[in-house]
Design a protein around this ligand. Sequence first.
Ligand code: SAH
Length: 218
Amino acid sequence: MKIEFEEAREWMVSAQIARRGVNAPQVLDAMRSIPRHRFVPDESQAYAYDDTPIPIGQGQTISQPYIVALMTQLLQLQGDEVVLEIGTGSGYQAAVLASIAKTVHTVEMLPELFERASRILGELGYSNILLHGGDGSQGWPKASPYQGILVTAAAPKPPQALLDQLADGGRLVIPVGSRGSQVLQVWEKVKGGFSHEDILPVTFVPLRGKSGWHDGEW
Ligand code: SAH
């Protein structure tokens, strides 16, 4: 079984990720080594390396492997960064970030998912991931500024609190838009303000909380 998962990961990296143009070696190495099957529900383990998002309970999903890889690459991490993730979910994206950056802070608002991610990341021995419970649409000011912020749920617009918590030269990777129409954006804190760029259309669950989508809007 272990060998099968390793082979599946190799295939995932070559056929789904590298072939589509994500080629940062640290990102490919991380995705080759992290046991994604441990992060999905037991009954979905056989599909863990498929080219698709997977439900993780509470109406939430773990993103398609290619999207995890692309978003990670867009942060342009070198290894010494403090990074913030909003939407811990399964904990998989946090694990990918933690195998590249120095420290990862990740915020989840649903207690069931927070508990599960915390248990799995503990079992796998990640000591540089700090999990926080609460509304991540306001970021996590205490540990700011961040060289990278990655949001894994779609926001109506990039929350000002997240832009405010970026370090100079830091990058925010965030899906922006509504249920039917979203684009992945990269915001960078440059001299005198922020630059931003649209990357590609995406489909994410909604960011909730103060600067997210409210009941009835999504
Ligand atoms: N990064 C996750 C995917 C998470 S799906 C993974 O690798 O598995 C999006 C997650 O964002 C869900 O778990 C959802 O509960 C969470 N979320 C949505 N709005 C949030 C908010 N305002 N603060 C914190 N978490 C939020």
